[in-house]
Write a new protein. Sequence first.
Length: 360
Amino acid sequence: MWNRRRHAAAAAAALSVIAPALGAGPAQAGVANAGLPGAPATNPLAGMPWGNYTGPLDEVFPAYDQAQGEEKTLLGLIALRPRMRWFGAWYSDEEAQATASDYIANVTGGDDSVLTQMAVFRLVPWEYAACRRLPTAAEQASYRQWIDSLAAGIGSARVALVLQPDLPFSSCVPHHSPLPLQLVAYAARAFSALRHTTVYIDAGASDWAGVRQASAMLLMAGVRYTRGFALGATHYDSTAREIAFGAKLVAALRRAGAGGMHFVINTAQNGRPFTHQQYRGANYDNAAACRTRASVRCVTLGIPPTTDVANPRWGLSPALRSAAARLVDAYLWIGRPWLENQSDPFELSRSLALAATTPF
């Protein structure tokens, strides 16, 4: 496995030189709940219903729909909760607009007050492949076309959008090129320009990139145009540690001139948290699901999706509850632990284990 920290110091140094060249620029972050009666101005994801996709492309819902008895009850703990669907190059440039429009129509049922959740995972090459080469000119042009088309498909819909999960892979690209992050910045501007799309750029997790590297990376990726950042999309660390890390990252961004940042945390898979450094298995992306409610350092469902981030039920300390109330917009189910390698295909036995062992 590629060492996620191997190039951190060099990458952070390179990015810290490049990032200021972007300039602060005017903030133009979309607001998902704008114009809704009674919706709070302090949190763009609150005060509105959250929709849930039930169409044919979903991996979980068809299994839930066909299940019976206890199996149906357990699968309902996943299928009936608002989840974030990922969109990437598996949808062609020509399909992107219609795909987004059809997805939103299913989630909202035609009700324009309902929130839709989307994750954009479009960079090519990405993850380990990004360590070997940069996007070609044709791939760069395709990326921009795809982003523009997806944005057209979103239009005026109310959307919470997480941009480019696993963004710290940008630290391993050849010669620490800024190109992948510049492409993400293009997408950040395009989606944030949509009136009701609230964008959070992925910043990795508390057990991955450090604060300095994550701050420089986000600045280069156009975080100034957005509401803020997302944490823990593919990792399993605790919500408490993500809050503490996120608060430090907000402070670092403020010192760099990007004030007013907020963040969201993935809680789909951290009910029994563990760090990347603590993991001893062969495949981190498909870490073992918990077998019992007493199991530890294994994968199970975490806090259900909510904007009630400071509820005492989540077991946070008073200090962390205060930080969450100030800085965290929501706990979202960005990750997909019910899929093999968090990608594909759907695993019924794994899904049932996740649901049967969750402490929430």
